[in-house]
Design a protein around this ligand. Structure first.
Ligand code: G1P
Length: 304
């Protein structure tokens, strides 16, 4: 495998079939991936990251009631005309940024919520026989160069399989796939094996997988065994463990900060972080935060 040329990553899979139960009732009708992070929905952040990484084909693994996700990327002629006639060019630009190039969006269904591994397997026909990226939209990054773009650069040198990793606290290992490190090279780590969501006493390290992967298509052979793992789900991590026996795997320590939009608190934190990094609103947002944390100070500030 190491002798064969490194094939480019052109496709990305977005597992977006989840019910979003942690965000009920907000997600009763609206898909979780449509929740806005600063000025755009989570799914748009994920798609923009993929675009920046040079991805040409976008594969959404969806479920019932998720039509809105594809619609969001459709050309909206009426909206465009209205914005044009009102001279709202800045908004027009923002809306046009969310259009998907024609023929670039592909949809497939995950009929049952059987786990992340199963969701990725559902995309096998659309991915075909080439390397591909997986983006979990719950994981968002503030970085100068997007996380996946950094990974594609590293992949073009290294080949094999790659996943974003970062160090987490001991108490948090049970929330992630955890890496058993063979060799720590700083920016990258080579991997002995992986464990999905081990408790602190079972975790082989504190280096955790964040939701960005570049995988070789041979992963589908292992996914199709449909074996269940942690939480009774078909885990992507378990098939990666099997592929490690025949292909190189690297953990990639990205530059930037990752935020977790998969929990209520993480989502609020993400919104604050993205707001504070947006020059259009950061100054006022800082004031609002100061005032909320210190209401009497706010009165003083107002009186000044
Ligand atoms: C998934 C993966 C896990 C990874 C995590 C990153 O878990 O199974 O290995 O560390 O994403 O967010 P989930 O959060 O879907 O339970």
């Amino acid at each position: 495998m190491s002798d064969s040329p490194i094939r480019p990553v052109r496709k990305a899979v977005f597992p977006v079939a989840g019910l979003g139960t942690r965000f009920l009732p907000a997600t009763k009708v609206m898909p979780k991936e449509m929740l806005p992070l600063n000025d755009r929905p989570l799914i748009q952040h994920a798609v923009e990251e993929a675009r920046e990484a040079g991805i040409e084909e976008f594969i959404f693994v969806t479920s019932d009631h998720k039509d809105m996700l594809a619609k969001h990327f459709d050309f909206q002629p009426e909206l465009v005309e209205t914005l044009k006639s009102r001279g709202k060019t800045d908004m027009l630009q923002k809306v046009q940024d969310s259009d998907m190039p024609a023929g670039a969006l592909f949809l497939t269904h995950q009929a049952q919520p059987l786990g992340l591994g199963h969701a990725v397997w559902c995309a096998r026909e659309l991915v075909g026989d080439e390397p591909f990226a997986v983006i979990l939209p719950d994981d968002v990054f503030l970085a100068e160069k997007s996380c996946l773009a950094q990974m594609v650069e590293a992949y073009n040198e290294l080949g094999g399989n790659l996943m974003a990793v970062t160090d987490v606290s001991k108490e948090d290992t049970a929330r992630y796939g955890i890496v058993d490190i063979k060799e720590d090279k700083g920016k990258t780590v080579s991997i002995n094996t992986l464990v999905e969501k081990p408790g602190p006493d079972k975790a082989p390290s504190q280096t955790a997988i964040m939701g960005r992967y570049i995988l070789q298509p041979e992963i589908f052979e292992h996914l199709s065994a449909f074996e269940t793992g942690a939480g009774g789900e078909i885990q992507l991590t378990d098939s990666m463990v099997k592929l490690i026996e025949s292909q190189p795997f690297h953990g990639f320590r990205y530059d930037g900060q990752r935020y977790d939009c998969g929990t209520r608190l993480g989502f609020i934190e993400s919104n604050l972080a993205f707001g504070l990094s947006d020059s259009e609103i950061s100054g006022t947002l800082e004031k609002i935060l100061r005032n909320l944390l210190n209401p009497s100070g706010a009165l003083n500030e107002a009186a000044e």
